[in-house]
Structure formats: C-alpha cells, structure tokens
Write a new protein. Structure first.
Length: 298
C-alpha cells in the first residue's frame, strides 16, 4: 500500500482543467474554501486512517466531518472514543495484531488459530461497546498451500469466532487483495474464492471487503461482481489504478458508474476512500479527500 513516488504531480482538477494541466496543493486548498453543495449521501462516506497518518487523529476526525464523512475506518479501540465524541464511527475496525500474525500470516495458517480466536474474542466486545459493527480480517498468504486447503483452514477458525460475532452483532469481513501486485502470494485474491469461503462458512456474520483497487488488478468486472455477489460483500474500498492515487480522470476506473451500480444494488453500507493523496500538506490532503468523496457522491 505504498505510494508510487514517481507520480508526485499535483491532482488534476476534475472536469475543469485540460488533461495536461494540474492543480497545486495550495490551489486545491483554496478551492476547498469555496462553498459547495451538500453531499447527496446516497452512499455513506468513510476514509481510511492510514492514508492520512501525518494528520493528528482528532483533527482528521473534525475536518472529515466538515466534508461530510461519517467514518474514519481501519481504526482501533484507542481511537473509537474520539470518533464517538464527534458523532462519527469506524465503518470497519481493527486492532493490534498479535505477535506472529498479520496480513500475510493469518487465518490460513492453522498455527495461528488459537491466538486469533483469543484476539477477536477480546476485540469484538470492545467494538460492540463503541458501536462498531464490522472488523476486518485476512486470509494470509499461501506459502505453498493449496487454495482449497487454505479455504478449509480459514473456514475452521472463522466458525470458532462466529458465535462471538453473533452474540455482539459484529460482522467479520475478509479483505480481497491483489496477489499480482502489492500483496504477493495473498490467498483471498479473487471474488470467486472469497464467495466460496462465504458459502463454506454459511453465516451472515462473515462477509467480504471488496477493494475495488485490488480487484481491478486481479480481474476487474466490478459492476457485474456487485450485481452477482453483492449479498456476500459488507464493505467496499476505493483507490486509483495504478498506484492507489486519487480516483480522478488520471486513472483507469470510472468510479461514478461503479458507485451508481453499488447504490442500485441496494447496498446500505459505507464506501471507504483508500487512496494515497498526492499532496503532502494537510490542506492539500483534505482537499484531495473531499474531491474524491464528491466523485463518488452520485
């Protein structure tokens, strides 16, 4: 999820500047001061904390709320009270992964099962206490493992956690990531594999996090996937392809059509902005966030 440092050009103005033109961070900040229409909010807007880690958290919460966001996600128990203080939430939460686990070494590895069950059984009640209804999880890497064996391993440990999810009404959502690019060897890398795991677990408390950026790398076909597999997906992430930059006209995914399909499908959840802002100053980063939120506010 690292920035593509070769693309340090300023964000291009959406629909108002020639394709060769660009907008400086200071210009974007000035534009952000111009009165704009209220968001339509046909979809609920969120942003991923890690993309704005240089901004102090409570300040980010306050500024994001001004833009019209209702959530700062991929946040943990130490941040949830601050979100509550400002009438915000975390659309999908996480915690500090136990030693020896992490994105690459997760449910597919049976050696981690007891540790991860204990971790989630502690985290799930904390999430419920703060009104957090989803927690992220991962398959982990293949490490030479057969995909079906890995799926069986994931289903085994997820079934152990599901009773706690049911008790506290918290969904466990596994992220789909690209194994072709940024997460080499990751197992849950195709929508079909993820859906097969959902069907194997067979619980409304286990779903998928469909990262549009990652799935563009693997297979694309987002609108058809939304229509066909929407009931298995509890959360969505954005990101410009290539490079996980802004989701504007400089990248290959036409987000307005994808988000319209999402709304038309009846999806009532959050859309998490997970692009890396090109500007590095606070004003520019927040202006970039607002611009991309409005692109998705169809």
């Amino acid at each position: 999820m690292k920035a593509n440092t070769s693309r340090r050009n300023a964000l291009k103005a959406l629909g108002t500047v020639a394709a060769a033109g660009s907008v400086s961070a200071s210009a974007m900040a000035k534009e952000a001061l111009t009165p704009k229409s209220e968001l339509k909010n046909n979809i609920k807007h969120s942003a991923c904390r890690w993309c704005y880690r240089t901004i102090e958290f409570e300040e980010l919460v306050i500024e994001a709320k001004k833009i019209g966001l209702q959530s700062i996600e991929l946040t943990g128990p130490e941040e949830w009270p601050i979100l509550q203080k400002h009438g915000m939430t975390s659309a999908i939460g996480w915690g500090d992964w136990p030693k020896g686990t992490g994105l690459t070494n997760f449910f597919a590895n049976t050696k981690n099962h007891d540790t991860l069950v204990e971790f989630y059984e502690e985290l799930i009640p904390k999430a419920a206490e703060h009104g957090i209804t989803q927690l992220i999880c991962f398959s982990g890497n293949r490490n030479g493992m057969n995909d079906y064996v890995g799926m069986m391993n994931c289903a085994e440990v997820i079934r152990r956690i599901i009773p706690t999810c049911e008790k506290y009404d918290v969904i466990l959502s596994m992220e789909l990531l690209s194994s072709r690019d940024s997460h080499r060897d990751y197992m849950c890398d195709h929508i079909d594999w993820g859906v097969s795991l959902c069907e194997m677990v067979n619980s409304d408390y286990f779903k998928l996090l469909y990262d549009i950026f990652h799935m563009q790398s693997m297979h694309g076909d987002h609108i058809r996937n939304i229509r066909k597999y929407g009931k298995y997906i509890s959360h969505y992430h954005t990101g410009g392809m290539p490079g996980r930059k802004e989701i504007d006209e400089t990248q290959e995914i036409y987000y307005p059509a994808v988000i319209q399909a999402l709304i038309d499908s009846g999806y009532k959840g959050f859309l998490g902005q997970e692009f890396i802002p090109t500007p590095t100053d606070k004003a520019g980063m927040l202006a970039s966030l607002e611009r991309c939120v409005r692109i998705c506010d169809v």
